[in-house]
Design a protein around this ligand. Sequence first.
Ligand code: GLA
Length: 422
Amino acid sequence: MKTKEKECIMKKALLSLLTSLLVLSCIGCGAKKTQPETPAPAVTEASTAETTEEETPAPAEVIEPEAEAPQEEKVLPPAPDAYLKELFAEHNMKVGTCLTTQMIDNPTTSRLILDQFNSITMENSMKPDYIFNKQKSMETGDLVVEFNNDMIKMLDWAKANDMAVRGHTLVWHSQTPDWIFYEGFDTKNAFVSRDVMLKRMESYIKQMFEKLEEAGYADMFYAYDVVNEAWMEDGSMRESNWRTIIGDDYLWDAFYYANKYAPENIHLFYNDYNEQFKADTLVKFVNTLVDEDGNYLIDGIGLQAHLYTEDDLNGYFRAVEKLASTGLIVELTELDVSLGAWQKTLKGTDDNLRVQGKYFYDLVKGLFERADDGTIQMDALTFWGFADHMSWRKNASPLLYYKDLTPKYSFYGAMQMPEYAY
Ligand code: GLA
């Protein structure tokens, strides 16, 4: 072979060798590429439930491994026919939620409220902080009540949708403007005298009920918290400007005026928290709220029921029965059940949420039983909201729905559907 021919053959062989190597290495790459990657953990209900709302991680992309069986998802079966208001009606009770304008502006939450509840309590807008006009009070020398836009919006919505309303609240140590207690409605001055403060209290309570009637709202109200949170767990009276100025009888005076001005259809309530530790104190107290003929100036006791899943439920029922033994109506007015215990709340793991589901089931069942057999006179139960992320205790997941508004075990617990609740 000529040298040139040899060179040519060798070049061809080299080229073909290189080509084969290239093809082989490409096949290698391809093979590597088609191998399944380690899958990211699937985000199931149980795994998101491990953390509280704020800590919920962004959902990881789920890549299903071909060879493995799909993970079992703990997704609750939808129960479209479960409506709290229908269930509670079977026990002659209304069922409510606290309300904000944001909830009614959002069509999804507003629909949910209309489907599930038939009573509302304003979360804030009827509290003393929001219902006085300082300028007009200074000008007229009287404490002037003025309805705010949010309150009017919610009352109009309630009226248009046939909702019953709990009024919350008139006399309270908290969320009350300081200036109402001072001479000339000015905190630079001294506190007014007892007599002046009594006049202001009477005028305030009178205006509130009169204005509700004038505006055509009064008929919707079935209950009103005349006084909120006046007692301590040790049986002493809580400090408040009302008490400092008027004296310990400010509580009796508040009920006296409410009784004088409230329309007949509105039951007058004393409302408090930690009721399970205050039952004896509260029984003694309500027995002082009588007129000269011995008739009650009060109609009901509101049990806020800000509970924890580790709270003793039998002890709670004993307190409810003791309060009901006064013959007054009892209502749960702000029910939520945080996971864990006070200052030791737990995360929303699947296990903890099931414990909560069972707690709601047992609580509502016990209340229904006692109401049905006449042990307690209970005409309404109000949840302090419905979805965890909107709750004042959102870190302890205390309510009935997840952020995406799917029902939690607790919803099915309250619904008395144990098969879904725990
Ligand atoms: C108390 C009040 C309610 C509300 C809650 C916190 O229970 O009665 O109005 O302020 O605290 O949301």
